[in-house]
Design a protein around this ligand. Structure first.
Ligand SMILES: O=C([O-])C(=O)C[C@H](O)[C@@H](O)C(=O)[O-]
Ligand SMILES: [Mg+2]
Length: 438
C-alpha cells in the first residue's frame, strides 16, 4: 500500500509543462559607469507545472541570450521529477548548448563580471531551480527555506540602494516618477532620506563610477553627516585605477563599511586590498566557483556579494556561503533589477545561511511594476521570511500578460540591456568608458 502511495506521489510531482514568459518592466533612469538604465528592462518569468496541477514560479534575466538557453531546457523538463534539482544541471549541459559570442566578454559592459557560457547557463538554471522549489514547496505544504534545510533567522536586512539618477529618461521615454534628479551630494542625501523614511533602511550603498571620484567622496561624506554611524558602501563597478581606489579608500576609511569593486580585476583588487584596511566587496571579480581560489588565497576580496541567478540557484548560493565561511570571507547579496519572485527567492536562501554578515542589496524599491499579486513590504529595512508554502508569492496573470505584450510590441531595442545605448539618447557621442575610467 505504501509503495502505491509513494508511486502516486512521485507521479503527481512529475513536471508536465513549462511556460516561459519574457517581459519588459519599467526601470527608472539610474546612472552607472556604463551609462543609464533603459526605460524598460527584460526579465524572464518561468512557470513549472506538475501533474497534480501545482505551478511553481521562477525569475531570471530576460535578455535574448538567456531566452535562447531557457527554451531548450523548458522543452526537455516535462516528464522529469520536479524534485530533481541536481538533474537540472546535467540536463542543461545536455540540451542548452553553448551560447554564441561569450568568450572573453564581460556581462552588461562589465557590471556583472565575466560572461562565460557556464555563467549564462547557471543564470538560466537558477530560474528553473527556483520554480521547481516553489512547486515542490507548494505540493508538500512547506516553505522554500524548509526545503533548503530551514531558516536560521526570521527577517532579512536590506540596504538602501542609492543611485545618481536623471529626473526622466532621455527623449521622454518610459514611465515618469516623482523622485527627481540626484546628481550631487544634496540629491543623494535627499534620496537616502526618502529611502530611510519609506522603507526604514539603516545602511546605504551608493552606486558610483558615474562622476569623478572627488564628487563621489563628497556624496559619501554628506551621507555620513546625515546618517552618523550608519554603514555606508560605495560601488563604482571597477571604474577606478589602483591608485585612485587607494585614494578613495583613504579618504573614506572612517565611514565605509566596505568598498565594492573599486577596481576591475582580481589582480587590481588584490593590489588595492594590500594597501588598505577598508574591506573590499565584489560582485564582479568573484562571480563563479572557478574564480574563488585565486581571489581568496590572494586576499583580493573580503566580502562576496552572492547573486543566486549567476551562481546557479539557491543551493549553489548555500555552497558559496560555506566556501566563504571556510576562508573567513564575508557574505552579502547582490541585486540587479529584479521583481518579487527573485526577491522572495533571495530572502528564502538568505534566511538559511548562517554567515550572512551584511544587509543585502535590492533594486526592488525602484521597480514600480511587479508580476506578483502582493508586493513585498520592507519594514524597518527588513523583509519577514515567509512561512507560506513555496516562495509565498502568487503570480498576477493579468499584469504578466500586459508586460509580455510590452515585450512583444518592442522593436527589439529594449530586449537586451544596453546602458551605453540608453545614454546615447541623451549624449550621441557617449561611448562605453574604458577601464580604469579614473
Ligand atoms: O552591485 C552591482 O554591481 C550592481 O548592482 C550591478 C547593477 O547592474 C547596477 O550597476 C545597475 O543596476 O546599474
Ligand atoms: Mg556591485
Amino acid at each position: 500500500m505504501k509503495t502505491v502511495d509513494a508511486t502516486d506521489r512521485s507521479a503527481a510531482l512529475t513536471v508536465t509543462e513549462v511556460r516561459l514568459t519574457p517581459i519588459l518592466i519599467a526601470d527608472p533612469p539610474l546612472l552607472n559607469t556604463q551609462g543609464v538604465h533603459q526605460p524598460y528592462t527584460p526579465r524572464l518569468i518561468i512557470e513549472v507545472v506538475t501533474a497534480d496541477g501545482t505551478t511553481g514560479v521562477g525569475e531570471t534575466y530576460g535578455d535574448t541570450r538567456y531566452l535562447d538557453l531557457a527554451a531548450p531546457l523548458a522543452k526537455a523538463l516535462p516528464g522529469r521529477p520536479v524534485s530533481d534539482l541536481n538533474g537540472l544541471f546535467t540536463l542543461a549541459e545536455q540540451v542548452c548548448g553553448d551560447p554564441a559570442e561569450v568568450s572573453d566578454s564581460v556581462d552588461v559592459g562589465g557590471l556583472r563580471g565575466v560572461q562565460t557560457a557556464d555563467k549564462l547557463r547557471l543564470s538560466v538554471i537558477s530560474g528553473f531551480e527556483v520554480a521547481c522549489l516553489d512547486a515542490l514547496g507548494k505540493a508538500l505544504g512547506l516553505p522554500v527555506h524548509a526545503l533548503l534545510g530551514g531558516k536560521v533567522r526570521d527577517h532579512i536586512d536590506y540596504s538602501a540602494y542609492l543611485f545618481y539618477r536623471l529626473a526622466a529618461h532621455p527623449q521622454g521615454q518610459g514611465e515618469p516618477d516623482d523622485w527627481g534628479a540626484a546628481l550631487d551630494p544634496e540629491g543623494v542625501v535627499a534620496q537616502a532620506r526618502r529611502f530611510a523614511e519609506t522603507y526604514g533602511f539603516g545602511s546605504f550603498k551608493l552606486k558610483g563610477g558615474v562622476f569623478p571620484p572627488e564628487e563621489e567622496i563628497a556624496a559619501v561624506r554628506a551621507l555620513a553627516e546625515a546618517f552618523p554611524g550608519r554603514p555606508l558602501r560605495l560601488d563604482p563597478n571597477g571604474a577606478w585605477s589602483v591608485p585612485t581606489s587607494l585614494h578613495v579608500a583613504r579618504e573614506l576609511a572612517d565611514v565605509l563599511e566596505y568598498l565594492e569593486d573599486p577596481a576591475s580585476s582580481t589582480d587590481r583588487m588584490a593590489e588595492v586590498a594590500a594597501g588598505t584596511e577598508v574591506p573590499l566587496a565584489t560582485n564582479m571579480c568573484v562571480t563563479t566557483f572557478p574564480e574563488i581560489q585565486e581571489a581568496f588565497t590572494r586576499g583580493a576580496v573580503q566580502v562576496v556579494l552572492s547573486d543566486h541567478h549567476y551562481w546557479g540557484g539557491l543551493r549553489n548560493t548555500q555552497q558559496l556561503a560555506a566556501v566563504c565561511r571556510t576562508f573567513g570571507v564575508g557574505l552579502s547579496m547582490h541585486s540587479n533589477t529584479h521583481l518579487g519572485i527573485s526577491l522572495a527567492a533571495m530572502t528564502h536562501v538568505a534566511a538559511t545561511v548562517p554567515n550572512l554578515d551584511y544587509a543585502c542589496d535590492s533594486h526592488y524599491p525602484w521597480q514600480t511594476e511587479d508580476v506578483i499579486t502582493e508586493r513585498h513590504v520592507f519594514e524597518g529595512g527588513r523583509l519577514a521570511v515567509s512561512d507560506r508554502p513555496g516562495l509565498g508569492v502568487e503570480l498576477d496573470r493579468e499584469v504578466l500578460a500586459a508586460l509580455h505584450r510590452r515585450w512583444l510590441e518592442d522593436d527589439g531595442t529594449m530586449r537586451d540591456r544596453d546602458d551605453a545605448a540608453a545614454m546615447r539618447k541623451a549624449d550621441p557621442r557617449w561611448q562605453t568608458p574604458s577601464v580604469p575610467r579614473w
